[in-house]
Design a binder for this molecule. Structure first.
Ligand SMILES: [Zn+2]
Length: 183
């Protein structure tokens, strides 16, 4: 694999010439999305327009793509659309005053991590409770009563459950998995 384009950029320099950059990120580059339950298949395209507002670095960011998550009803993977955009102004610390119409992004303008900036937008786009659309075939609650007890698949099921648990911080999912394990 060839190394991707640089993640750390000098946003000050890019702003001075109103540069537009595009990036495609996958799960491997999105640690915090993975920690929030993102699974392989997650992929986003981002467009970043650099600008200046009263001498300060701004970034118009638009992120589209797909976040693959665990459906909280059937515990299968489900794809959630990501479509998020924001007008950011780069601040060095959170207390810095932000002009109206802008949202702050804490970072160093001369050394800005594009993946961190894009990732923040992806995190904002994630649903609180990921779930398939109502009526999706096969999306049924995995309550204790409806789970068929098939001994043969028990080991693979357990393996998958562990895998899911490692990657998802959802407390209610843990609860569901715990209930299954009692059987
Ligand atoms: Zn589902």
């Amino acid at each position: 694999m060839s190394p991707g384009p640089a993640d750390q950029v000098n946003a000050k320099e890019l702003s001075a010439r109103a540069a537009v950059l595009e990036r495609r990120l996958e799960l491997a580059q999105l640690d915090r999305v993975r920690e929030a339950g993102g699974l392989p298949g997650t992929r986003v395209d981002a467009q970043l327009r650099f600008g200046l507002f009263e001498g300060r670095t701004t970034v118009d960011v638009a992120v589209t793509g797909v976040a693959t998550l665990v459906c909280q009803r059937c515990l299968q993977t489900c794809d959630s659309e990501v479509d998020e955009s924001a007008q950011l102004i780069v601040v060095r610390d959170e207390d810095e005053e932000v002009p109206g119409g802008f949202e702050p992004f804490v970072g160093t303008p001369e050394q800005l991590s594009l993946s961190a900036l894009i990732e923040e937008q992806v995190l904002l786009a994630l649903p609180l409770v990921p779930m398939h659309e109502p009526g999706t075939p096969g999306c049924l609650p995995t309550g204790a009563e409806t789970v068929p007890l098939v001994p043969k698949s028990a080991s693979t099921h357990a393996a998958r459950a562990t895998d899911v648990e490692k990657q998802t911080p959802f407390a209610n999912l843990r609860e569901l998995l715990g209930k299954q394990d009692e059987h």
